[in-house]
Write a protein that binds this ligand. Structure first.
Ligand code: HEC
Length: 445
């Protein structure tokens, strides 16, 4: 490698361009001077290795130069296309806690290095490892653990490659209590792709139990949620939080907590992916909770959607390439005109989703973006915690928009055959769709 650099330097004046082997048209070689140890390893350590390591969720370990070098072409295209690191929120919408995305400058740095044939450089140049923004799965962002609840059994996924399984967990408290933070600890993080945590109150526990009873084996199959009907007003149950690779969990904003009513149960939805078949694919993950008997301000994990869609009013025509539904509503009217502070934003669709956006529309027409997902990926859903809460005053509307691709080219492949497009509407199934926002909020004065 050094050889080529020297060669090029020495003959730079004489040659019109230093050819990149095989580059069509003899494009000049960029020769950026970037090396793995000096420039790239610190980035890879910080942004990739929490997943791309031995025993991690991702298929290959980037702790080794030889692996990074071998996969340089795939790495370049993954970072340029922004499929890696998996972070769906667009730049320029809002600022989030624990952002694992690469900046445009960092992407260009990786690309330039790959274009130079990804030289190693001198290992002595290796910078001190930068602590990762992404604390992976084992390190907790929680300040205190008051309760640790483990899945009732060790479960071996039965469906391949994806098994969506809901487990009901008893809630041991006899009085109302407040969850003021959580940390989800995947047991087998080579197969745990994604976790959602719900609390369902007495009105919905029976529904969940019936689903569990009807399904052989531990837990029950569920998709995208716990499969029970949530009432729009927040009764029935609520989303407490979730885990996707890269979510450290942590405390809710100081003094806040989500009420879990006496008589509730927790439902944990596990998404297992066993594509990378390994010997040990059993899992029994744990949820760590911080719990307070009372809080200064009750936080509410509020679902947001058009109630009309939920009743079948969200048609997506068979073959439609860019279907879209949008809805906005002044949430403050539900709480007597009090202000609302929004702390986290989350969007949820199923497999046909292409893009979605959650924003606040102000009376003067201006918008405050909460979460903009230009390229939806069902496998990488997570909740995005805003660095600064967004306040909604009476007259401000929460707005949601989702887009789907229901064309022939975007249909799932079942048993090696691409399915025919079909009419789609709101529903719980894999083949149904949703357009659901959720925000963690508190009420102001
Ligand atoms: C949060 C976990 C996570 C992080 C962080 C992450 N990856 Fe990945 N990566 C995965 C998983 C899981 C796969 C396997 C394919 C999949 O599930 O999408 C993957 C696959 C890939 C692939 C194979 C091709 C592809 O696009 O699927 C490349 C290349 C890659 N990652 C590069 C990177 C680079 C470079 C970084 C850091 C800049 C990075 N990844 C950060 C989880 C991660």
């Amino acid at each position: 490698m050094k050889f080529r650099v020297l060669y090029c330097a020495a003959f730079a004046l004489a040659l019109a361009a230093c050819g990149n082997e095989g580059a069509p048209g003899g494009d000049p070689s960029p020769i950026s001077g970037l090396t793995y140890y000096k420039d790239i390893k610190p980035l890879v350590d910080q942004k990739c290795v929490s997943c791309h390591r031995e025993g991690g969720i991702a298929p290959f370990s980037f702790t080794d130069y030889a692996v990074v070098h071998k996969l340089r072409g795939a790495i370049k295209s993954a970072v340029e296309n922004r499929t890696m690191p998996p972070w769906l929120a667009a730049d320029g919408c809002n600022d989030y806690v624990g952002d694992i995305s690469l900046s445009q400058a960092q992407i260009e740095k990786i690309s330039a290095w790959v274009d130079d044939d990804a030289p190693a450089g001198d290992a002595a140049d290796a910078a001190e490892p930068i602590p990762s923004d992404d604390t992976g799965s084992k390190t907790s962002g929680l300040s205190r653990v008051d309760m640790a609840l483990t899945l009732p059994v060790k479960y071996t996924p039965k469906k391949s490659p994806d098994d969506y399984r809901c487990f009901i967990i008893d809630w041991p408290r006899k009085e109302d209590a407040f969850i003021s933070g959580y940390h989800i600890v995947p047991d087998n993080d080579a197969i745990v792709h994604h976790v959602l945590l719900f609390a369902v109150d007495e009105t919905a526990v029976a529904q969940a139990q019936a689903l569990d009873d009807a399904d052989p084996g531990p837990g029950y199959t569920c998709f995208g949620g716990p499969g029970v009907k949530f009432e729009a007003a927040g009764s029935g149950g609520q989303l407490l939080g979730g885990w996707a690779p890269g979510s450290p969990g942590g405390d809710f904003p100081a003094g806040t907590g989500i009420r879990v009513k006496a008589g509730s149960k927790l439902i944990v939805q596990m998404h297992y992916n066993t594509l990378e078949l390994r010997d040990d694919i059993a899992d029994q993950s744990t949820i760590e909770l911080k719990i307070d008997d009372s809080v200064d301000k009750e936080a509410i994990a509020q679902f947001f959607t058009n109630p009309y869609w939920v009743r079948g009013g969200m048609p997506i025509r068979a073959g439609e390439k860019d279907a879209s539904h949008a809805f906005e509503w002044d949430l403050t009217t539900l709480v007597g005109g009090r202000t609302i502070n929004v702390y986290t934003a989350n969007l949820h669709m199923h497999r046909l989703g292409t893009s979605a956006r959650l924003a606040v529309t102000h009376p003067n027409g201006q918008k405050t973006c909460l979460l903009d997902i230009p390229r939806w990926d069902f496998d990488w859903q997570r909740s995005y915690a805003l660095k600064k809460p967004v306040t909604m005053k009476p007259g401000d509307k929460l707005s949601i928009r989702c887009n789907w691709d229901n064309s022939a080219a975007n249909q799932p492949v079942i048993d090696g055959k691409r399915a025919e497009p079909r009419k789609v509407n709101w529903g719980e199934g894999t083949a149904d769709e949703m357009c659901l926002g959720s925000v963690l909020l508190t009420y102001g004065d």
